[in-house]
Design a binder for this molecule. Structure first.
Ligand SMILES: NC(=O)c1ccc[n+]([C@@H]2O[C@H](COP(=O)([O-])OP(=O)(O)OC[C@H]3O[C@@H](n4cnc5c(N)ncnc54)[C@H](O)[C@@H]3O)[C@@H](O)[C@H]2O)c1
Length: 450
C-alpha cells in the first residue's frame, strides 16, 4: 500500500470534519489547531493512518440533541435545545461539562467535546471526552425557573449518562446550584443514588474538596511550572485575569496565595481594574453569593474603576489568565499585551486566544499554556470525585490539593517532554496536543475499528 503524505492525511481529516458540519467554525478552529500540531507524531506512526484514527477522532461517537420544554414564573411555555456530544470513550467513560449560555450551539459543543478528549487524556486518569449543555440563559431567572429547566433537561439526558457511561459536570452557567437540581432529578428518575453520575456535587452529598477551586488553582500551578523552567516564579508579578466566574475567582485566589497581584476581572458588561489588587472577599460576595454585574465591584471599592468599553488586555501586566470564554483574546490584544511586557499566558478558559494571538505570543517568546493543559485541573479533580464516590471515601482539602498539584506538574512534564520529542521545545501547544493524542490514538488502535 502506498502511504499518503502526512499533510494529505491531516487535510483529508480536516476536510471530512468540515464537510460534515460546514457551519461549525469553532469546531473547525479546534480541529485545525490539533491536527497541525500532531503532524510530527502522525509522520512517525503510519499505523495510526492505516487504522483511520484521524477520521475517527474528528467524528464524535454520538451526538444527542433534544427539546427542553419548561414553564417560566409567569406560567408561559418556553423551549430550549439540549445537547450532549459524546466525543470519544477510548480511555474511559465520557466526561465533560455542561454549559448553559445563549451562545451554545452544536459547533461550540463539538469544539469543547473535541478539546476535552485531549485534555482528559493528558490528566492520565482514564476518562473519555464529552460536552453538553443548552442555549438556556440562567441570567435573570429565578431559582424556581432554573430548577424547572434543569429537571426538564435531565428528564431527557438521564437515559444517556451513568457512572460507567458518561459523567457530566459544570461549565459556564452551570455551578453547584444547577448540579444539585440535575442530580436530584437523575436520582428521582432512576431510583438510584448513583453518586458518580455527575461531578461538582455539594460536599455533603458526594462532592469532592477542591473541585470548586480546581480549575483556577490548576491554571496558576501550570503557570508556576512554566516559570520554574525559566528559574522564575509568579511571586511579585501583576496579573491580568478576565472573567469573574468559577475559574477566574479561584485563579485570582491562588495567584494571591503565591504572592502575585491580580488587578482585573470582567464579565460580558465590561471589566474592572483595581490597582490595589483584587479584593477577593468582595468579588466572591458579588459574584458567588449575589450574581451581580462586575460594575458593582467598582461602586463598592474606591481603588477600582469600571470600564464598559475597551479591552481588559490593554491593562499592563506580566501574567495573563483569560478565564471567560472562547476567542476573547485576539491578535490586537496579544500585541498590546506583548507591548506591555507580558511574560506568560495560561488559558483558564477553553480556547480564549485566537490562533493569531497564540502565534503572536509564540513570536514574542511569551510562555503560552493552552487550555487543554492549563485548565485540566477541573476535570482532574472531577476524576478524583469519581474515585472517592466509587470507594465511598472523602479526602481532606489538603490531600486533594496536593493531588491536584501533582497532576498539574505531571501534565506540565508530559507536555514539555512531548514538545521536545517532536522537535518543538518549549511549545506547549504542540506538547499538549501530541501527548494527549498519543494516549488516545494508542487506545483506539488497541481496541479495533469501533
Ligand atoms: N468550571 C470549570 O471547571 C472549567 C474547567 C475547564 C475550563 N473551563 C472554562 O473556563 C471558562 C469559564 O468557565 P466558568 O466555569 O468559570 O464559568 P462561569 O459561568 O462561572 O463564568 C464565566 C465567566 O465568563 C464571563 N463570560 C461568559 N461569556 C462571556 C462573553 N461572551 N463575554 C465576556 N464574558 C463572558 C461571565 O460573565 C463569567 O464571568 C469557560 O471557557 C469554560 O469552558 C471551566
Amino acid at each position: 500500500m502506498v502511504h499518503p503524505s502526512t499533510s494529505t492525511v491531516l487535510s483529508d481529516a480536516y476536510d471530512a470534519a468540515v464537510a460534515r458540519g460546514p457551519m461549525e467554525s469553532e469546531f473547525h478552529q479546534a480541529v485545525s489547531e490539533v491536527l497541525e500540531s500532531i503532524a510530527p507524531v502522525v509522520a512517525g506512526h503510519p499505523e495510526y493512518v492505516e487504522a483511520g484514527i484521524l477520521e475517527r477522532l474528528v467524528e464524535p461517537e454520538r451526538q444527542i440533541m433534544f427539546r427542553v420544554p419548561w414553564v417560566d414564573d409567569d406560567g408561559a411555555a418556553r423551549v430550549n435545545r439540549g445537547y450532549r456530544v459524546q466525543f470519544n470513550s477510548a480511555l474511559g467513560p465520557f466526561k465533560g461539562g455542561l454549559r448553559f449560555h445563549p451562545s451554545v450551539n452544536l459547533s461550540i459543543m463539538k469544539f469543547l467535546g473535541f478539546e476535552q478528549v485531549f485534555k482528559n487524556a493528558l490528566t492520565g486518569q482514564g476518562i473519555g471526552g464529552a460536552k453538553g449543555g443548552s442555549d438556556f440563559d440562567p441570567h435573570g431567572r429565578s431559582d424556581a425557573e432554573v430548577m424547572r429547566f434543569c429537571q426538564s433537561f435531565m428528564t431527557e439526558l438521564y437515559r444517556h449518562i451513568g457512572d460507567q457511561t458518561d459523567v457530566p459536570a459544570g461549565d459556564i452557567g452551570v455551578g453547584g446550584r444547577e448540579i444539585g437540581y440535575l442530580f436530584g432529578q437523575y436520582r428521582r428518575m432512576t431510583n438510584a443514588h448513583q453518586s458518580g453520575v455527575l461531578t461538582g456535587k455539594g460536599i455533603g452529598w458526594g462532592g469532592a474538596q477542591v473541585r470548586t477551586e480546581a480549575t483556577g488553582y490548576g491554571a496558576v500551578y501550570f503557570l508556576q511550572e512554566m516559570l520554574d523552567v525559566r528559574g522564575d516564579s509568579v511571586e511579585g508579578k501583576t496579573a491580568i485575569v478576565s472573567g469573574s466566574g468559577n475559574v477566574a475567582i479561584y485563579a485570582i485566589e491562588k495567584l494571591q496565595q503565591l504572592g502575585a497581584k491580580p488587578i482585573t476581572a470582567s464579565d460580558s458588561s465590561g471589566f474592572i481594574v483595581d490597582e490595589a489588587g483584587i479584593d477577593l472577599d468582595l468579588l466572591k460576595e458579588l459574584k458567588e453569593a449575589g450574581r451581580e454585574r462586575i460594575s458593582a465591584y467598582a461602586r463598592r471599592r474606591p481603588s477600582a474603576r469600571f470600564v464598559s468599553s475597551g479591552r481588559v488586555w490593554e491593562v499592563p501586566g506580566q501574567l495573563v489568565i483569560p478565564c471567560a470564554t472562547q476567542n476573547e483574546l485576539g491578535s490586537d490584544d496579544a500585541a498590546a499585551l506583548v507591548r506591555h511586557g507580558v511574560i506568560a499566558v495560561a488559558e483558564g478558559a477553553n480556547m480564549p486566544c485566537t490562533p493569531d494571538a497564540v502565534e503572536a505570543f509564540a513570536q514574542a517568546g511569551v510562555l503560552f499554556a493552552p487550555g487543554k493543559a492549563a485548565n485540566a485541573g477541573g476535570v482532574a479533580v472531577s476524576a478524583l470525585e469519581m474515585a472517592q464516590n466509587a470507594a465511598r471515601e472523602h479526602w481532606s482539602f489538603e490531600e486533594s490539593e496536593l493531588r491536584l498539584r501533582g497532576i498539574m506538574a505531571d501534565i506540565h512534564a508530559a507536555a514539555f517532554a512531548a514538545a521536545e520529542r517532536y522537535g518543538h521545545p518549549g511549545d506547549y501547544v504542540v506538547g499538549a496536543n501530541a501527548a494527549g493524542f498519543v494516549r488516545v490514538a494508542d487506545a483506539m488502535l488497541a481496541q479495533g475499528l469501533v
